[in-house]
Ligand binder design. Structure first.
Ligand code: GLN
Length: 449
């Protein structure tokens, strides 16, 4: 089949079968143009890139030049991306086909996509349930077989949690392993672009294309790539897996599936004592950074504007109408904790505890090769079931610690509940050991050991 026909099939499938509200828009023209270009180049005998013809969906907070872009928010309605994110440029250079943008919680704040201005994404395993968030659209698009691979972003769990809810692989790289240029900043010291897929080889090939130092992102840095070339020695008793005792206060059914998945492995009980404070730390650090990052959406520079009588009232009308409730809540928390007189008591203290959490991981990794936890305390909940913001914040209790420490982590399907809902298992690796995590660990936990 030609690339053109293949991509046409994918586009038809998305149009017909996206009952999940996974896609906000498909880039039909862009995708068909790319497919046509690939067919022509193939005919001419040119060598095509490693991802030739693979359709990739991208979360709506990653810029794709010339395409509309909203971050799941009304405030960006009408905005067209003036350039592409580095990851998108790299994917297109590897001949992947960027096929559309996926639904998300507004500005990536949330755990269910219920905070999207464009309606929630539904879980392909049960349409009454959430797909997770904030990258719920990307997770559902892969779980529902609309695309084989999708990009998301993860600040405190937004790739791993929806991956767990939808029963797919979701990988958050080491902080700085993948350029954030062209990703709309939520909390800059935590944000990281990553990949969803069902097929571990495909996930790894996509990561192989998007990782790397980018001069446009000062925080991007080199990671360890040696395991790409070195065949793994299967040493008796390796790998040594740490299970932190603080991470087992999950629901009974999650715990049973988690323990069953770990049977036969070399398990060591470890402790990460300061992770108890991780959610509290995150909800100071992330809103603080968000309040500053989101100041740029003022009705003057991007997207929608609601005119007021003067500049200040234009700002407040635009932001008042354009931002949803959760985004406003975060901006208020962040502005408060950064304000003079409170900075030391909240923001600075949170940063100190963040360091203690990172040190807990450093100590644990002296004893073990990987740390394994359930990805979430429960399987996917019903749409509309959780209305209290604090309960939603607790969704990320197991994913936030690795984010605060900047560590690579992947959620892999561990099994299903009696009701057929997927449960995820999170594997956390040492800093910069992303390739090790991908090339080695998935293999261990998918029963092929
Ligand atoms: N659910 C968390 C939040 O609402 C994490 C979001 C994310 O990783 N982008 O902030």
């Amino acid at each position: 089949m030609s690339y053109f026909d293949e991509i046409k099939n994918y586009l038809e499938r998305i149009k017909k079968q996206d009952k999940y509200n996974a896609f906000l828009e498909i880039f039909e023209q862009r995708a068909l143009n790319k497919a046509e270009e690939l067919d022509e180049r193939k005919k001419r005998g040119e060598k095509l890139g490693n991802l030739a013809g693979i359709p990739v969906a991208v979360k709506d907070n990653i810029l794709v030049k010339g395409e509309k872009f909203t971050c799941g928010s009304k405030i960006l309605e009408g905005f067209v991306a003036p350039y592409s994110a580095t990851v998108v440029e790299k994917l297109e250079a590897a001949d992947a086909v960027i096929i559309g943008r996926t639904n998300m919680d507004e500005f990536a704040m949330g755990s269910s996509t219920e905070n999207s201005a464009y309606g929630p994404t539904k879980n392909p395993h049960d349409l009454k349930r959430v797909a997770g968030g904030s990258s719920g659209g990307s997770a559902a698009a892969v779980a529902g077989d609309l695309v084989p691979v999708a990009l998301g972003s993860d600040t405190g769990g937004s790739i791993r949690q929806p991956a767990a809810f939808c029963g797919v692989l979701g990988f958050k790289p080491t902080y700085g392993a993948v350029s954030r240029y062209g990703l709309v900043a939520f909390a800059s010291s935590l944000d990281q672009i990553g990949v969803f897929a069902k097929d571990p080889d495909l996930l790894e090939s996509v990561f192989d294309v998007i990782y790397g130092v980018d001069e446009k992102d000062e925080t991007s840095h080199k990671i360890d790539t040696s395991p790409k070339n070195v065949a793994f020695q299967r040493i008796e008793g390796y790998p040594k897996i740490g299970v932190p005792k603080e991470f087992l206060n999950c629901s009974q059914e999650v715990r049973e599936i988690f323990e069953k998945a770990l049977k036969g492995f070399n398990i060591v009980e470890i402790s990460l004592p300061h992770t108890e404070y991780a959610v509290a730390v995150y909800y100071i650090v992330a809103p603080s950074e968000a309040s500053s990052n989101l100041a740029r959406f003022d009705g003057v520079r991007y997207g929608r504007r609601i005119e007021g009588d003067d500049l200040i009232s234009t700002y407040s009308k635009t932001r008042g109408h354009g931002f949803g409730e959760e985004v406003k809540r975060r901006i208020m928390i962040g502005t408060f904790s950064l304000s003079s007189g409170y900075y030391d008591a909240y923001y600075l203290k949170a940063q100190k505890v963040r360091t203690l959490i990172a040190e807990d991981f450093r100590d644990a990794f002296k004893k073990v090769d990987y740390i394994v936890t359930p990805t979430t305390p429960t399987p996917a909940f019903k749409i509309g079931e959780i209305t209290d913001p604090l309960s939603l914040y607790l969704q990320d209790v197991y994913t936030i610690p690795a984010s605060l420490a900047g560590l690579p982590a992947i959620s892999i399907p561990a099994g299903k509940t009696k009701d057929g809902l997927p449960v995820g298992l999170q594997i956390i690796g040492k800093r910069n050991s992303d390739f090790m995590l991908l090339f080695h660990d998935i293999f261990y936990f998918t029963g092929e050991k």
